[in-house]
Ligand binder design. Sequence first.
Ligand SMILES: NC(=O)c1ccc[n+]([C@@H]2O[C@H](COP(=O)([O-])OP(=O)(O)OC[C@H]3O[C@@H](n4cnc5c(N)ncnc54)[C@H](O)[C@@H]3O)[C@@H](O)[C@H]2O)c1
Length: 321
Amino acid sequence: MSEKKKILIIQKVHQKGMELIKNHPNFEVDVTDDTSEENLKAKIQNCDGASIRIANLSGDVMKEAKNLKIVSRHGVGYDNIDLNYAKEKDIKIAITANANAVTVSEHVMFNLLYISKRKDLFDKTVREGNFKDRNKLPKTIELWKKNFLIVGFGRIGQALIKRCFGFEMKVYVFDPFVSKEKIESMGGKKVENLEDAVKTMDVISLHMPLTEKTKNLINYELLKTMKKNCIIINAARGGIINEIDLDKALNENLIFGAGIDVFEKEPPDDNNLLLKNEKVFLSPHAAAFTEECMTRMGIETIQNIIDFFENKIDQSKIVKL
Ligand SMILES: NC(=O)c1ccc[n+]([C@@H]2O[C@H](COP(=O)([O-])OP(=O)(O)OC[C@H]3O[C@@H](n4cnc5c(N)ncnc54)[C@H](O)[C@@H]3O)[C@@H](O)[C@H]2O)c1
């Protein structure tokens, strides 16, 4: 490389990732934790590359960096980046494709167990001295041989199916872009119609991107048709489930419970109805937050930048815009 490439790390990543580039002879690195547009516009000027976590990276910010060639996403979703601008200027977007499928799928199983076994109530009952009331507790649910629908059968969906078989569940998959053969080779059953499939499911877990097509896909009309014992989990992207409709459906006992890791607006507003709904188990967009996964993501985010400028990045990690 003729001269040092300037890289802006927006919100620092795991130490092991930072170490890869900190003293690298080909790179000059700046790190910022202030994700305001104003700060990013000032910091990104003259940068050749940047990394981003869940903060927004708008076209107006990227416009300030005339030499910007790559944005490396710490994660696999990229809806926080202005894709139209990136496409227009041929700015590549790289993702940490190998880092988080296992951890996110573990998070789904954790949600499912927590909700179906009413961990919160059990724990509270003992701590508050109400052990003797154990027979009055509301019912819990078994997972054995239950119908599990995975919506979106990419990296995470495929890691999840393996974990479902540990509970001997029957797994159905809705993903218009993955073949029946592929799904069957992993032990699942392909479903062609989401509306029909949800009616008989005990668990529905979402693992597709947020797009015009998937926004509000899970709405009151669909929730109304689900089984009363159905548990729905969204560790994909906020907005795929309509939050107001979900709150309503839970209050009307149309479904059993929900696990929500991602929100339409992050952080959610204080008056977000889900924050007060006890049938929802919440987490702060943290499905990938294990130590192991954060280490892998930090390393892969930075390695993608290095590999890109050394012309050896695995092209499957570059998003096709
Ligand atoms: N909560 C978190 O911390 C966290 C972490 C990682 C990924 N995610 C999110 O999880 C989702 C899945 O990640 P991945 O790595 O498995 O992605 P992936 O690209 O490997 O798989 C996504 C799958 O969704 C399918 N799909 C697209 N549109 C669909 C639709 N309308 N209906 C059904 N399926 C559809 C695609 O065919 C693909 O197989 C993404 O939205 C990502 O942003 C969240």
